[in-house]
Design a protein around this ligand. Structure first.
Ligand SMILES: NC(=O)c1ccc[n+]([C@@H]2O[C@H](COP(=O)([O-])OP(=O)(O)OC[C@H]3O[C@@H](n4cnc5c(N)ncnc54)[C@H](OP(=O)(O)O)[C@@H]3O)[C@@H](O)[C@H]2O)c1
Length: 251
């Protein structure tokens, strides 16, 4: 049976990988984006902005499932509340949310905001599934590239990351979207935990750059939580592709 799926964030790093998987499964896909895009065969775009509460009704209209992948540095809980208010009214049957590993343990703005989104979804009245994922390799690369613009790279000391390949998270999101609502499912994280400095060194080597690295303690409760590994899921190291393999493919 063809099901109608709204994908928010369908133009993003994760969303661009989820959409083809759902199309292969014969779903009718609509993507909500803040920018206009020409329609393609069976792919529809609706222009709207979740934070500004614009265009959401048209995007949700007729959708049986919502795969909610849109996100930004700030305000995800507000964007999600705007989306879920419309989704509940429209009788959407299933919402699948992407969140972050440690959303409930790391008291830093972004993680708090993702926890806020989780709670909005949980109490929306729409049957739901929430998947928490660790940082994607693409994000680590973006941060490393930005840091390498500095003459000296400050790196938070004693903090680990367990990056995962976005395509592996995408496969999981598509599987969840095609299944029944499952509530909060087990975290997904990459195959290895790396010190932040190891990730940067790997990047510098792959990119053929040299920069001095200076350890910098991250202050506050957030820093402590990260040093305690609250952003990691060692029991859920289900990702296969390593940071080194990702870098080798990029450089
Ligand atoms: N990156 C990571 O390491 C990571 C790890 C765990 C969880 N996550 C979560 O996974 C999701 C996707 O991450 P990503 O890295 O793929 O993000 P991304 O590449 O930065 O893409 C963000 C997406 O969100 C959409 N979006 C942003 N603000 C919007 C708004 N106000 N209204 C409607 N759409 C909006 C963008 O669409 P347009 O630009 O087309 O409007 C874009 O498709 C996010 O929720 C993020 O928090 C990410």
């Amino acid at each position: 049976m063809t099901s109608s799926i709204l994908v928010t964030g369908g133009t993003g790093t994760l969303g661009r990988l989820v959409v083809p998987l759902l199309r292969e499964a014969d779903c009718k896909i609509r993507i909500l984006s803040r920018h206009g895009h020409p329609a393609e065969d069976d792919l529809e775009f609706v222009t709207g902005d979740l934070l500004k509460d614009e265009g959401i009704e048209a995007a949700v209209d007729g959708a049986e499932t919502i795969v909610h992948l849109a996100g930004g540095p700030k305000g995800d809980e507000i964007a999600t509340a705007n989306l879920m208010r419309v989704a509940a009214r429209a009788g959407v049957r299933h919402v699948v949310l992407i969140s972050v590993v440690g959303a409930d343990r790391v008291p830093i703005g972004y993680f708090r905001s993702k926890l806020g989104s989780e709670q909005v979804v949980r109490y929306s009245g729409v049957p739901w599934t929430t998947q928490r994922a660790a940082q994607f390799h693409d994000l680590v690369l973006k941060v490393a590239e930005a840091m390498a613009k500095l003459p000296v790279i400050p790196i938070p000391s004693g903090i680990g990351f367990q990056p995962i390949e976005a395509a592996e998270v995408a496969a999981r999101m598509a599987e969840l979207a095609l299944g029944e609502p499952r509530g909060l499912v087990e975290d997904v994280a990459g195959p290895r935990i790396y010190e932040a400095s190891e990730l940067i060194r790997g990047y510098l080597r792959a990119a053929g750059k040299r920069r001095p690295i200076v350890p910098m303690p991250l202050p506050g409760k957030g820093g402590r939580a990260l040093r305690e590994g609250a952003n990691l899921a060692p029991e859920q190291a289900v990702g296969r592709r390593t940071w080194e393999e990702f870098l080798a493919a990029r450089f």
